[in-house]
Design a protein around this ligand. Structure first.
Ligand SMILES: [Zn+2]
Length: 222
């Protein structure tokens, strides 16, 4: 397992040119758009040097994620699927939870625990499955994952017993080819969160429902 670091800096700071000069001099790849974005791993030869330098400056984002080898993934007892690709909001943004995708019957007004899905998600941005992307999530919706046809094929061929729901285009209600929502019908004991997965629990002050705060693999500093 190696750690992958992603730093994002403003390109308008007085140190921005120092960073670019350093990256150019050391032939380290970066992207410049609205920001300067650099990614590197702890196994890279210049890791210590670059991290030492970057930590002197004010960065906008510093994310760390774990990258596993194929062998590690193959030998793992459990694999967790989560999406790092997000696109768009559930449609209509001001009504999807009011008897369109979800019904509000009986749910808590504060934490929204108890919303029941009664129809498909409607979207207005179609995911782009480039660069081996096969999972995506909508903004605002933390507990639903959407899949490409390839991911559905892999799930089916590995006896991963989930069902799939269609996703619809908001402007004409048509089912969108190549995008499905995962529906999990049964939970196995192994799927429950362990103490290791959570960094704490909170209770809704209105209905008392308990929520787990997941341990992320990301550090975000602003
Ligand atoms: Zn509540």
């Amino acid at each position: 397992m190696k750690l992958k670091y992603r730093y994002v800096f403003s390109k308008d700071e007085n140190f921005s040119n120092d960073i670019i000069n350093f990256l150019d001099k050391n032939s380290i790849k970066y992207k410049v758009g609205y920001f300067i974005t650099v990614e590197f791993c702890d196994s890279d030869p210049y890791f210590d040097k670059v991290q030492q330098l970057f930590n002197k400056y004010k960065f906008i984002v510093n994310e760390v994620s774990k990258v596993y080898s194929e062998k590690e993934l193959y030998n793992a007892e459990w694999l967790r699927v989560r999406s790092v690709y997000r696109l768009g909001y559930p449609q209509p943004e001001n009504g999807y939870a009011s008897n369109i995708t979800y019904t509000r019957n009986g749910n808590c007004n504060k934490c929204e625990y108890g919303l029941t899905q009664i129809d498909s998600f409607y979207i207005n941005k179609i995911p782009d499955w480039k660069d081996n992307r096969n999972f995506y999530q909508l903004y605002w919706i933390e507990d639903e994952i959407f899949l490409s046809d390839f991911a559905v094929y892999v799930f089916k061929n590995n006896d991963i017993m989930v069902e799939y729901l269609p996703v619809k285009r908001y402007k004409n209600n048509e089912i969108i080819d190549g995008v499905r929502q995962v529906k999990i019908k049964t939970l196995d004991k192994g799927l429950f969160l362990s103490e290791e997965d959570t960094k704490g629990r909170i209770n809704c002050s209105v209905c008392g429902s308990e929520f787990n705060i997941l341990k992320g693999e990301t550090i975000l500093k602003i």
